[in-house]
Each structure stands twice: as structure tokens, then as C-alpha cells.
Design a protein around this ligand. Structure first.
Ligand code: 8Y4
Length: 265
């Protein structure tokens, strides 16, 4: 899954409008590089990022999804917490709703089920604004598992087919390095729940922490190591910035995983 983040400066013109052509070119490039999904997002979840109005988010993501749907063969996901954005994005062609809030907003589950879309339910402790202030767990793997299963039950109770759900432990969302590592090491237990797992580790700060404070533009090798570990741990989808490089890492890791499955049955 390639990230198409419409909040970054590279996709703005002087007037703070998303530059449609620049964003589309990046999306097309990720499709050519082998992405199976393009994840289109119009609101930053970074701690301290200013919130975006519903109309602003719609104006950012809908035109990009409409055009991408015509231009690329891969599936489009929409990264949003807002039910109205989910609805319009799916009308425009998105087939997966990637919600870091796990469809907790009133009307979110209905928006996804009415659209016949799939959803990624991600774990987050607290909310984006406060999540990194004091992350705290007794047993992070157990708590993330309980939360995700509770969200699954709420979604299924409200009409979303179980087969439409993807789970994500939410690396970096209210987690310290030790929590992120425990979750990555525990990925096989999450995979055993029987849902496809989506994992986002690309360029995240935990990788900087493990590599002498490497800045975000110096985390490619670490991101590839993390993607490899995630696939070997049972992840089905990795959300990444560097599609071409990750594609090869995923191919290698997938071959190793298959050989392991053949050996152990
Ligand atoms: C550099 C670049 C440093 C990006 C940090 C970041 C996830 C996600 C994000 C994830 C799912 C991010 C929208 C955070 N992360 N969705 N979204 N899973 N499902 N930070 O892990 O990429 S945004």
C-alpha cells in the first residue's frame, strides 16, 4: 500500500490548494512501481497537526480518488476518520476505508457498510493530539488484541461483514519503542485472529530511535527491514512511502514465509 498524503507541502500550490496533477503523478508512479493499494489521505494524524474541516478534506481527497480510479488499476483506500468523507470517497471509487479511529465516529460503520467497502480497524491509545504524551500498557499485545476484537464485534453487530475487516496494531499511535517492538514481535499472535493484518512502519520515529536518531529521509533501509519483519510475522499489507524498494523486500519475505509454511504445514 503506497501512501498518498495530500497534507504534505509537496502537493500544495501557492494558494494552499492541493495540486491535483502533482498528487496524481505520485499516485500513478506508485501504481507503476507495484502498489496494490494507494492510500489517499487529506488530514494529518501527527501529534499537534491542525485539524482539517470536513469540506476541506472532501475537497482534497475526492478529486484525487476520482481521477486515480480512472488512471490506475490498483485499489484505492481512503485514510479518514470522518463518515461523510468515507461516503464520498467510496462514491468516488475507494474500496477500503483506512480509519486510525477504527470506525468509532457516529455513523462511520454505516458509511462503510452502505458503500459495500472494506475497512481497516487500527488500534490507537488516546487521540492523535495526545497519544504520544504518556503511552502506558500492562500488556500491550493483550490490550491491542482486546481493543481490535471489541471493534470487530461492534462493526459486525452493526452490519459490516467480518470478511470486510482488516486489523492493524497501529505502530506509533500511543506507543513507545518498547511497545512497538513487543507488537512487532507479537504479530504472529495477531495474525492468528484470522483477519488480514495491515502494518504501517515506514519511516516512523521508532526506526529513527533504533538507528542513531536517523532523520525521516534516512530511514529507507530501516523501513525495509521493518516491512520484511512484518511480512514474516504474518502481515498481509504494508503501508509504505517507498513502493518500489518495499515491493522487492515483500517478494523476498513472502517467499521465505511460504517456504516456512511448507516446512511446518
Ligand atoms: C514519517 C512519515 C514519520 C510518516 C511518521 C509517519 C498508519 C496509518 C498512518 C498505520 C494505518 C505516519 C494513516 C502516520 N500510520 N494507517 N496512517 N496504519 N492503517 N507517520 O500505521 O505514517 S499516518
Amino acid at each position: 500500500m503506497g501512501v498518498l498524503n495530500l497534507t504534505s507541502d509537496s502537493f500544495y500550490d501557492g494558494g494552499h490548494h492541493v495540486s491535483l496533477e502533482t498528487a496524481l503523478a505520485h499516485g500513478r508512479r506508485m501504481a507503476e512501481e507495484g502498489a496494490d493499494f494507494i492510500d489517499v489521505g487529506g488530514e494529518s494524524t501527527r501529534p499537534g497537526a491542525e485539524p482539517v474541516s470536513e469540506q476541506e478534506e472532501l475537497d482534497r481527497v475526492v478529486p484525487v480518488i476520482e481521477r486515480l480510479r480512472r488512471d490506475v488499476a490498483c485499489a484505492i483506500s481512503v485514510d479518514t476518520m470522518k463518515p461523510a468523507v468515507m461516503r464520498e470517497a467510496c462514491r468516488a471509487g475507494a474500496r477500503l476505508v483506512n480509519d486510525v479511529n477504527a470506525l468509532r465516529a457516529p455513523g462511520a460503520i454505516e458509511a462503510v457498510s452502505d458503500a459495500g467497502a472494506a475497512a481497516c480497524l487500527m488500534h490507537m491509545q488516546n487521540e492523535p493530539r495526545t497519544m504520544q504524551l504518556a503511552p502506558s500498557y500492562v500488556d500491550v499485545l493483550a490490550e491491542v488484541t482486546d481493543y481490535l476484537l471489541e471493534r470487530v464485534h461492534d462493526c459486525v453487530d452493526h452490519g459490516l461483514p467480518r470478511e470486510s475487516l482488516v486489523l492493524d496494531p497501529g505502530f506509533g499511535f500511543g506507543k513507545r519503542l518498547e511497545h512497538n517492538l513487543a507488537l512487532l514481535a507479537g504479530l504472529p499472535a495477531l495474525a492468528a485472529l484470522g483477519f488480514p493484518l495491515l502494518v504501517g512502519l515506514s519511516r516512523k520515529s521508532m526506526l529513527g530511535q533504533l538507528c542513531d536518531g536517523a532523520p525521516v529521509d534516512q530511514r529507507l533501509a530501516a523501513s525495509l527491514a521493518a516491512a520484511t519483519a512484518a511480512i514474516l510475522g504474518g502481515a498481509a499489507i504494508v503501508r509504505v512511502h517507498d513502493v518500489r524498494e518495499t515491493r522487492d523486500a515483500v517478494r523476498v519475505a513472502t517467499a521465505i514465509r511460504r517456504a516456512r509454511e511448507e516446512r511446518t504445514g
